[in-house]
Design a protein around this ligand. Structure first.
Ligand SMILES: NC(=O)c1ccc[n+]([C@@H]2O[C@H](COP(=O)([O-])OP(=O)(O)OC[C@H]3O[C@@H](n4cnc5c(N)ncnc54)[C@H](O)[C@@H]3O)[C@@H](O)[C@H]2O)c1
Length: 312
């Protein structure tokens, strides 16, 4: 069934891929974005399409559009961007959630929240399952994002209990791919840009901390499956790739794939940087029939091709 769908943060990295997939499936898509970290280039391929509309809008203000589904992605996702104006980051998560939930209540739309593995903070259990309650610092430099996202989850579940809203919550783990911001300080984009420029590859700490990396196409598929899951199933559901790599392993793969002359440069670990982060995706497999299909090297090749195109 073709639907009218709102994607907040639709001009960002994940949002633009989501809009593209939804439009290509025939849906009528409204993208709302304030272009803080998103860009028009990300949505250029969609601009002439009659099933696609863009609104310059900040989700901290109410929005009135008639839609049947809402994907709430608006929020800067990388530390450099979310720490640039931490008060605005919390407002985006919290006021943004209230405004979008208000819209869902009025239009009776189904609404999905793009939450994050950061709700687990610096976890004591590995891999993280959805019933792990997290270990988050409420007063650190990352708190605006982590606590903002936790509060947004609280709001989603309160609207579900109090107003019977049709909610869905996914917790997204590290995702990478074409259209990542080249200067956002996230590890995959950082390493690729540094490697392509033959600059030093910055490793924080000893490089033994591990991360999982999910390719964007897999992630978008998981998000859409969650949105289309049976009514009454709210999550939260982890979406991520359980494959685990150290920063050193990632750097080596990128150096090999780019044929770069870059050397590794070691710097101190930033405050509250988790040592390890790995999703348990049993629930996503059981409830959504979802698991990632793109291996790290294949995903990196596509991402490197994109970055070569934009940085020359
Ligand atoms: N990429 C990841 O690895 C990852 C991991 C966990 C969670 N997420 C979540 O997924 C969502 C999308 O992340 P992304 O990686 O595409 O980041 P991104 O920064 O590329 O996209 C965020 C988009 O939201 C827009 N935005 C920010 N504040 C806004 C506001 N107040 N009003 C309207 N638009 C606003 C930005 O301009 C941008 O287009 C975010 O909510 C993020 O927290 C992403």
């Amino acid at each position: 069934m073709l639907k009218k769908i709102l994607v907040t943060g639709g001009a960002g990295f994940l949002g633009s891929h989501l809009c593209e997939k939804l439009v290509n499936s025939g849906h009528d898509v409204v993208c709302a974005d304030n272009f803080f970290t998103g860009s028009k280039q990300n949505i250029t391929p969609l601009l002439g399409n009659p099933n696609f509309e863009v609104l310059r809008h900040d989700v901290t203000f109410p929005l009135y559009v008639e839609v049947e589904q809402i994907y709430n992605l608006a929020c800067p996702a990388s530390p450099v961007h979310y720490q640039f104006d931490p008060v605005q980051t919390t407002k985006t998560s919290v006021h943004g959630a209230i405004n979008m939930l208000g819209l869902a209540k009025r239009t009776k739309a189904r609404i999905l929240q793009a939450s994050t593995s950061e709700v687990y903070g610096d976890p004591e259990v590995h891999p993280q399952r959805e019933d792990y309650l997290g270990r988050v610092n409420p007063i650190g430099p990352r708190s605006c994002y982590d606590e903002g996202k936790r509060c947004a989850e609280t709001l989603f579940f309160d609207y579900y209990r109090q107003h019977q809203l049709d909610i869905k919550v996914v917790r997204i783990f590290n995702t990478y791919g074409p259209r990542m911001h080249p200067n956002d300080g996230r590890v995959v984009s950082n390493f690729i840009v540094q490697a392509l420029r033959n600059e030093g590859i910055t490793i924080y700490g000893d490089g033994q901390q591990t991360r999982s990396f999910c390719y964007v196409d897999d992630l978008i598929d998981g998000m859409i499956r969650m949105m289309e899951s049976e009514k009454g199933y709210c999550g939260p559901v982890n979406l991520g790739n359980p494959g685990n790599f150290t920063m050193l392993q990632l750097a080596e793969k990128i150096l090999a794939l780019t044929h770069s002359k870059s050397k590794l440069v070691f710097k101190p670990l930033p405050q509250d940087d988790p040592r390890q982060r790995q999703p348990d995706i049993t629930l996503a497999r059981d409830k959504l029939g979802w698991s990632p299909t793109v291996g790290l090297e294949d995903g990196l090749r596509e991402t490197i091709r994109y970055f070569r195109g934009i940085i020359g």
